[in-house]
Design a protein around this ligand. Sequence first.
Ligand code: SF4
Length: 183
Amino acid sequence: MRYAQIRSMDISNGEGVGVSLFVQGCPFHCKNCFNSETWDFNGGKEWTEKIKNKFMELIDRPYIKRVSFLGGECLAEQNLDEVLKLTQQIRNSFPDKTIWLYTGYDFDILNSKYNEYKYTPFAASADEWLTRWEIISNVDVLVDGEYIDEQKDLTLKFRGSKNQRVIDVKQSLTQSKMVLYCD
Ligand code: SF4
């Protein structure tokens, strides 16, 4: 995996004070994307063991309440394995910190692909869709959907366009339906 940036103390991109990781590479290319320099999968910097350890150290501070994954696209095929490992490690090492993840994928599509492939795990593409859902299940809050410039609204909390949703993943999984974290 490659990454664009780590913010060690981020008060946007989630609730409370957090550490944010901007991964590199995005296939969506939304019009007027706020972060188009992260589109190129060969851009940014190499994600190494040393950087990962530093990232974990940044999270391991008492006033850090949240970790956010943004991009770039965290659920792009190229980033899946490392993002899965990171969300698992954060979940295990810091169970009291919340994990936020921003994706251009739609929650309902992620869910329907999981339901489609969970009984056919050897089908083409199954692995990547099952991994996406595994990542989602480690996350507390998911901000979903591509940025649609025509639906831009600067008054929205935690997102840029009206089509995007801030989803309470744990409640959505418990209730088997999409539950918003906030409007
Ligand atoms: S999904 Fe996000 S990073 Fe990718 S193009 Fe759209 S706004 Fe930019």
